[in-house]
Design a protein around this ligand. Structure first.
Ligand code: SAJ
Length: 404
């Protein structure tokens, strides 16, 4: 690339790469940085290493036109975006070492007036912590940089649309920083840009996903009560939701994915005494997966007692939510693993219509599994599982509300 980069994007993953492509589409030169040389090579060849609709074309064009270049090290620019993972250490404590490493990598490049933005989901206070780190190493820049936090809120599978159209919350360490960050995002985002401070913006991201987790926990708790009370929880929720101010979410086999099941811990780790509901919701949603696995075991034993033979069992779905092929942090996968750990010569059919093969599970086509199995446990509400013909003699365990 002959053009001088205006933006350095550190982290070229699920959010960093689409964001880099979007900025580049706007004819702003982006220097993308990733520690993985394979990722860098793939992107520089105009290709992508993740599955996301429309991203391939955006990256191919950006690279071809010279607006996006990937590298393993940063270069001098005017805006630096930190979009790296914030995983967990033991005991569900957030690990901000990648954010810290990315910040250290750009330290020598920073100059007066530059804009530094963190997008990674981060514990409250991380942006201020990085500001102190920067100014302790570069005291001559004290108060001369613009430092802000701006979380992403896109849904995987619809990233290229949502990146442009979703509202964003932008919080600087001071007003000047907030305004500068808003001016930056306004170049390529059509959604409204809401100004706040860095701590509120950090908390906002955590609260959005915690709110959903708490609401799902309420639905899951209802499903446990209804199971004991012999009430159909799906019917119950549909009826309660007829109230104009009630909107209960759906119970399932637990909560998965890399956001909703994770972000609440960022609050609980720092404020354990205060975040009682948030912490309890995590427990309930995790317990729900365990409960589902136990239900399968119980159904298996009951079948054996009643029929004097071992049943065949179909486990329907492995993905972390309906109609996707993503198995990471999936409660359905956890249930399948747990059930198989206790297998005792029964026949199991593991079904996941959105993937062809799996290195651990031998997959069976859903129609064959439904035909052959004595016990059918629906774990994920995939479209393929709707309106199946389920003979009366089969034992049905519906954990995701798919059986009408
Ligand atoms: N789930 C239920 N019952 C429901 C809704 C969902 O059990 O009524 C389960 C799903 O099956 C799944 C989990 O919750 O296991 C999470 O699924 P999801 O579709 O709610 O969320 P994600 O993880 O795909 O994406 C979320 C979104 N956040 C919110 O809706 C608040 C997305 O907007 C965020 O950008 C993303 O997390 C993120 O990166 O934080």
């Amino acid at each position: 690339m002959s053009k001088k980069p205006d933006v350095v994007m550190i982290g070229l993953g699920y959010i960093g790469l689409p964001t880099a492509a979007l900025i580049a589409q706007n004819k702003t030169c982006v220097h993308g940085v990733d520690i993985n040389p394979k990722v860098v090579e793939t992107i520089n060849a105009g290709q992508i290493h993740i599955v996301e609709p429309e991203l391939d074309i955006a990256v191919a064009n950006a690279v071809k036109e010279g607006y996006l270049k990937a590298d393993t090290v940063p270069v001098e620019a005017n805006t630096y975006l930190i979009v790296v993972p914030t995983p967990f250490k033991a005991k569900n404590e957030p690990d901000i070492s990648f954010v810290e490493a990315a910040t250290k990598a750009i330290l020598p490049l920073l100059k007066e007036g530059d804009l530094y933005i963190i997008e990674s989901t981060s514990p409250i206070g991380t942006t201020e912590q990085m500001m102190h780190l920067i100014y302790s190493k570069r005291p001559e820049l004290e108060s001369k940089l613009n430092i802000a936090y701006c979380p992403e809120r896109v849904l995987p599978g619809n990233v290229m649309y949502e990146l442009v159209h979703n509202d964003r919350v932008i919080g600087g360490v001071d007003e000047k920083s907030t305004n500068k960050a808003v001016a930056f995002y306004s170049q390529f985002i059509k959604g409204a840009l809401h100004k706040t401070n860095a701590r509120t913006a950090e908390m906002c991201k955590l609260v959005e996903n915690s709110s959903r987790d708490v609401q799902i926990a309420f639905a899951n708790e209802l499903s446990l009560i209804c199971d004991k009370a012999d009430i159909n929880v799906w019917e119950l929720i549909a009826l309660a939701n007829k109230h104009p101010r009630v909107n209960i979410l759906q119970p399932g086999c637990g909560v998965g994915g890399h956001c909703i099941a994770v972000d609440p811990y960022f609050i609980v780790a720092d404020y354990p005494m205060e975040s009682k509901i948030i912490g309890k919701a995590r427990e309930i949603n995790n317990y729900k997966s365990f409960w589902c696995a136990e239900k399968v075991q119980t159904a298996r034993l009951e079948f054996e007692l009643k029929h004097g033979r071992k049943p065949s069992i179909a486990l329907m779905g492995l993905a972390f939510k309906p109609n996707i092929d993503d198995l990471r942090e999936s409660p359905a996968k956890y249930i399948a693993q747990k059930v198989l750990q206790n297998a005792n010569n029964e026949t199991y059919f593991i079904v996941e219509p959105n993937i062809e093969t799996h290195k651990v599970f031998k997959l069976t086509c859903y129609s064959e599994a439904v035909k052959e199995a004595d016990i059918i446990a629906f774990l994920v509400a995939h479209d393929e599982f709707k309106n199946l013909d389920l003979p009366k003699e089969k034992v049905i365990l519906d954990f995701c509300g798919i059986v009408k």
